[in-house]
Ligand binder design. Sequence first.
Ligand code: HEC
Length: 186
Amino acid sequence: MGKVIVWLLVLALAPITWAGDTGDRERVERSRELSQQLQQQLGAELMAAMQAQGPVHAIDVCNVEAPGIAASLSTAGLVDVGRTAIRYRNPRNAPTAEQVAVMESFAEQIKQDSSVVPERLVTLENGEQHYMRAIVMQPQCLACHGQSVAEPIKQAIAEKYPNDQATGFEVGDLRGAFLIKWLSEE
Ligand code: HEC
């Protein structure tokens, strides 16, 4: 019961903190939009590839398209759009210690209430602002990130990502986070 009250308080106070700073609130909204665009475009490509040629080919699509779509939503020197995860597949998506801490708190929030999609805007010492929004495992992710990945898919993943850590997840688990890095003022 005590925990529930604490969470209600957190949820009630969170928007007030942002409302205090209009600049931050706008940035959160802009970041959320960019992360949703990445999510939608990637999801559409993935579904199309899975249906057309199956998961093994879809790995190629992820491998090429995921960084490509992220890059197309980024603006050099201004904003960098991407993804990260505690247990990552592509080492280029490796998180910093601070990002790990944010994702650990996201996982905790999802455990308390699976209907929330946690997000956070962090201001770094150098003035950069990093927005993160939780990525939660869906049924269509299991083929490549689940607990029992089929042998040909496993092999295709191992070829491209010999140090893959991104399997063993269940639906509803935190898989990672969208990471929108604001490198300077807009
Ligand atoms: C066809 C196989 C496949 C499916 C299905 C798939 N992924 Fe992935 N996923 C990959 C590959 C390959 C990468 C590495 C992409 C890269 O090199 O940037 C990846 C990377 C990621 C990353 C970036 C962090 C990291 O580990 O490098 C996240 C987050 C992620 N996937 C989440 C999901 C979610 C959520 C779903 C379901 C909606 C999903 N994936 C479905 C193959 C897949």
